[in-house]
Design a protein around this ligand. Structure first.
Ligand SMILES: [Zn+2]
Length: 87
């Protein structure tokens, strides 16, 4: 006897886009920090501060550079907006 019912549909596991892991876990601060797309983004809590390298990482995933330039978690670049006043 020939049973041809052993054919399985090849279900490849649906892989969630694990490669896009740029956005940090949800903010746990109270009140929560402004999002990276908020105009208030710079007031998010500081997560990492590297003055020797000239950048800081904010809780909302924004990289804040010492010249006030910013790099958003989605790769968008915000030009420096605060004139460096020479001392
Ligand atoms: Zn936060």
């Amino acid at each position: 006897m020939n049973s041809a019912s052993s054919r399985k549909t090849d279900t490849t596991a649906i892989a969630p886009s694990m490669t896009e892991r740029k956005i940090p876990p949800m903010c746990q601060h109270q009140p929560s920090c402004p999002t990276a797309h908020s105009t208030d983004r710079e007031s998010a809590r500081l997560m990492a501060h590297h003055p020797e390298q000239g950048w800081s990482l904010l809780c909302n995933g924004v990289l804040l550079f010492e010249d006030t330039g910013e790099l958003l978690p989605d790769g968008q670049i915000i030009a420096p907006h605060r004139a460096m006043t020479a001392v």
